[in-house]
Design a protein around this ligand. Structure first.
Ligand SMILES: [Zn+2]
Length: 471
């Protein structure tokens, strides 16, 4: 045995000990290469879901369409229920709960997954329409956390509803068909942007500058505000609306871009609104793949997470646990016991490590694209403020569950300590005495008009939820 060989053997003993004792996050390509084709296939359905659901309302409509095909039916409070029944509850058209009644006792707890279906965007103000110096515009107020400059000079579509004076509501979608017009927010040419570019990023484009260009052609007869008049006439012809109807409208500008494969190898997906439809869709597919569960399993698609889970469609609304309480009442179960024994995966995204911005991540505690579904024990900012911070026992439970089903997973926190922070719906679910941890997909360019995820991570999230619902 040469000296070299001895060294090699020693190293290999150390290596095997390392393998035994150390932890190393690995990619799906390394640990589950057989699953990659399935992940690519799965992505097709997800991308179609994204193209049909650019607002929370559209996501609810599309989810109900998918669920109805699989035998789910609308639930009304007080409905008689039995094991195997599949229901959904449409909450004001903006959030949704869907579930399958388990074969076991309800007091063993409900297995919940909760994602959100609202995404950052630019909403119209209640008095939006004006013309200035030969151009027609909509004034806006942005929704959720955005870098305002990112929303200029990209194609925008208009989505939403208008409730008219007579009480009827019309749905508006302009900019998604290839021959539809689109909308646009202007920015300054670099030649004249010296003053602008000297500002800090948050001030490059102000909230009041996010005005949407919607036209320039005046009404044929000479009159004041002729461009505005012509635009209002077009809206009146198309939707029967008058200017006052904007006051009772919810109209949103969202990127007029479809979900697309990114990369020569097509391994990534670019789209508007991955956060958090990339978790909402796996919740739906996992629920629809579940047959005769032991526990009652429920998927929640909540609204308004991006503005604090507020309102009667946000996660802080009572309705989700009212539904559980209603079933407890019907079945003679103690509702407090049902909640106490319930478990929840708060399905939300986390920030993937971006090699172009290494300074904000702490490399040992960040999630990587293609390294699978990410468990986020805590969120929050500063000293974990505003975080659920799941218990070691519950994280351990989920960890064992995923390992047992060969789900590739990793853990992460959101950036370096004190680099910033964020929150999810987890803490509102925890308030109901439910065990809950965040779990979801790593995202690049989160909250940008066009975000990026990896197909393998989306698929692993689906698998994680399938496994959880089968418990
Ligand atoms: Zn978000």
């Amino acid at each position: 045995m040469s000296e070299n060989e001895v060294k090699k053997e020693e190293k290999s003993a150390a290596d095997s000990l390392k393998e035994q004792l150390f932890y190393k996050s690995k990619s799906v390509f390394e640990t589950a290469p057989d699953e990659v084709d399935a992940a690519y296939e799965y992505a097709k359905g997800y991308m179609a879901f994204l193209d049909h659901g650019k607002t929370e309302r559209e996501c609810v409509t599309e989810a109900i369409r998918l669920l109805t095909e699989k035998g789910f039916r609308p639930y009304t409070f007080g409905t008689e229920i039995k094991a195997g029944d599949k229901f959904y509850y449409n909450n004001h058209g903006k959030s949704l709960a869907a579930w399958i009644v388990g074969s076991g006792t309800l007091e063993d707890g409900v297995y919940l997954a909760a994602a959100h279906i609202d995404s950052p965007r630019v909403d119209l103000k209640q008095h939006p329409l004006y013309e200035q110096d030969g151009l027609g515009f909509f004034k806006t107020h942005y929704y959720g956390g955005i870098k305002k400059y990112q929303w200029t000079t990209i194609p925008l579509a208009l989505h939403g509803v208008v409730t008219k004076a007579d009480g009827t509501t019309v749905t508006v979608t302009i900019g998604e068909d290839d021959d539809d017009p689109i909308f646009y927010i202007t920015d300054l040419l670099p030649h004249l942007a010296g003053g602008q570019m000297a500002k800090t990023g948050g001030a490059i484009i102000t909230g009041e500058q996010l005005t949407i260009l919607i036209g320039s052609r005046p009404y044929e007869e000479k009159t004041g505000e002729a461009i505005k008049l012509n635009l209002m006439k077009i809206l009146n012809e198309k939707y029967g609306m008058v200017e006052g109807d904007f006051m009772s409208a919810e109209l949103c500008a969202v990127p007029a871009m479809k979900a697309r494969d990114i990369g020569l190898d097509r391994s990534l997906i670019g789209a508007y609104g991955h956060d958090d439809r990339v978790c909402a869709y796996p919740e739906l597919t996992a629920l629809m793949a579940t047959e005769q569960p032991k526990h009652t399993v429920m998927a929640i698609l909540a609204d308004k997470e991006e503005i604090g889970s507020e309102g009667n469609s946000g996660m802080q609304c009572a309705v989700y646990f009212d539904l559980i309480a209603d079933m407890a009442g019907t079945l003679g179960a103690n509702e407090a016991v049902v909640r106490m024994n319930s478990k929840c995966l708060s399905a939300d995204v986390n920030a993937a490590y971006d090699p172009n911005f290494p300074e904000v991540h702490e490399r040992m505690n960040v999630c990587y694209v293609n390294h699978g579904v990410v468990i986020t024990k805590f969120t929050g900012s500063r000293g974990k403020s505003g975080s659920n911070d799941a218990s070691a026992e519950f994280v351990g439970y989920v960890r064992n569950l995923l390992d047992g089903a060969n789900v590739v997973w990793q853990t992460s926190e959101l950036g370096k300590v004190d680099a910033g922070g964020g929150g999810t719906v987890a803490k509102y679910i925890a308030q109901k005495n439910v065990e809950v941890v965040d779990l979801g997909v790593p995202v690049l360019s989160m909250h940008a008009p066009y975000e990026v995820v990896a197909k393998t991570d989306v698929y692993m999230t689906h698998k994680a939820l399938v496994t959880f619902f089968a418990e």
